[in-house]
Write a protein that binds this ligand. Structure first.
Ligand SMILES: [Zn+2]
Length: 391
């Protein structure tokens, strides 16, 4: 066999193996017969692949009870993924902490580590904390438990294609080649993504937005983040800034405060936790308590936040015509369900009639950011690299 033919047959084997492994992972326990039906591969090919995966301890044969096994041939024995075949590290870089976790293939958390700081002093400080968290997590993993890679969720802007941080909370606009720096240090593949993009992708795949084709996710939290999905594709824009709703000009007149971006009246100046801390004397907790107590100036402030958020979201809907809007974040939690209901009424009043068929969802419980980050490793682990294609 020529070298070209041999490498193409190896690649085909690898693609078929990935297909089978992914089905066992996502839908297992599953029998060889069903695997052959689902993949279109021959029974013999599936049997060979299953044999190899069993030898590698990637999968296990699930024991059938005696009643289930009665009269059923050996090939009906269901196959399951081996939870410890490999592990993923998920990291969340937030404004005042770096949290990390190790997950196995069943999504079980095997270890945790955290570093806290009031602020990142500079790039070196950020890296030092990151290395600390990753090092601590790797130490907990015995050698035989492979770690497949490191996924990182960033509450900031990232270029996920090159793995560069573009803006980090507290460090501002600064291009940091985080993927390269971490891969050099730890010898594992590293993937980066913005936290709201990760949340939106997760919700579009298997959560609240799974039935939606066009949607916008907006998070009002420490900062304000957004993710746009059109025709089920995440829109990142030409320089990864698409969905940066925090800098929509939402406040006017005396309320148009200066923003760290250089503009004035940006939503984030008063409708985010960091903006409130910077521009008012309020923390999230004090605001919540004063709002519950009906303090007039705080009720007025909440009204302004809702008004500007309503205008921003109404404009986004008019431009993008989504079928769903997913809202979340601690600012909206703090405002409470009645004010959130008033927000959607106000938005609906401000958008064209033809856009009003959309629905609003509210996520009270956000998935763990480290788990979403670990999910990027999983996605890459089940993809066959076509770079090696030499047909
Ligand atoms: Zn701004």
């Amino acid at each position: 066999m020529s070298t070209a033919k041999s490498s193409s047959s190896t690649l085909l084997k690898s693609i078929n193996q990935q297909k089978v492994l992914f089905l066992i992972f996502s839908e297992g326990p599953i029998s060889r017969v069903e695997l052959a039906q689902r993949t279109g591969l021959s029974h013999q090919t599936v049997a060979n692949i299953a044999g190899r995966l069993l030898e590698e301890h990637a999968i296990t044969e699930t024991q059938l009870s005696s009643s289930e096994a009665g009269g059923i041939g050996r090939k009906r024995v269901p196959l399951s993924i081996h939870a410890s075949y490999f592990h993923m590290i998920g990291i969340e870089i937030a404004a005042k902490s770096i949290r990390g976790s190790v997950y196995n293939l069943k999504g079980e958390q095997r270890a945790r580590a955290v570093e806290r700081t009031e602020r990142y002093e500079d790039e070196e400080h950020l890296l030092l904390l990151l290395h600390g968290v990753i090092g601590e997590l790797l130490q907990t993993m015995p050698d035989e438990h492979k770690v497949k890679g490191i996924g990182i969720s960033v509450k900031g802007l990232v270029d996920s294609r090159t793995g560069c941080l573009l803006r980090t909370p507290g460090l501002g606009w600064q291009r940091i080649p985080l993927k390269d720096l971490l891969e050099d240090k730890h010898g594992l593949p590293v993937y980066l993504e913005n936290d709201v993009n990760l949340l939106a992708v997760n919700e579009n795949m298997k959560g609240t937005l799974r039935d939606s084709m066009n949607n916008v996710t907006l998070m009002f939290d420490y900062g304000i983040g957004g993710a746009i999905v059109l025709d089920k594709k995440l829109i990142t824009g030409s320089t990864f800034v698409a969905g940066e709703f925090g800098h929509y000009k939402g406040f006017h007149g005396a309320d148009a405060l200066e923003c760290f971006c250089g503009g004035q009246g940006c939503l984030t100046t008063l409708a985010s936790i960091s903006g409130l801390a910077h521009n008012t004397a309020h923390t999230l907790d004090s605001l919540k308590a004063d709002l519950a107590g009906g303090k007039p100036e705080v009720v007025e402030l909440a009204g302004k936040i809702l008004e500007s958020a309503s205008a921003a979201i109404a404009n986004v809907i008019t431009i993008l015509n989504p079928d769903r809007i997913l809202l979340c974040g601690r600012i909206l939690d703090m405002l409470g369900s009645e004010r959130r209901a008033a927000l959607t009424v106000s938005i609906l009043r401000n958008i064209p009639q033809t856009c009003r068929g959309l629905t609003f969802d509210y996520l009270e419980q956000l998935p763990d950011g480290t788990e979403l980050a670990a999910g990027i490793v999983l996605k890459h682990a089940f993809e066959v690299s076509f770079d090696t294609l030499s047909l």
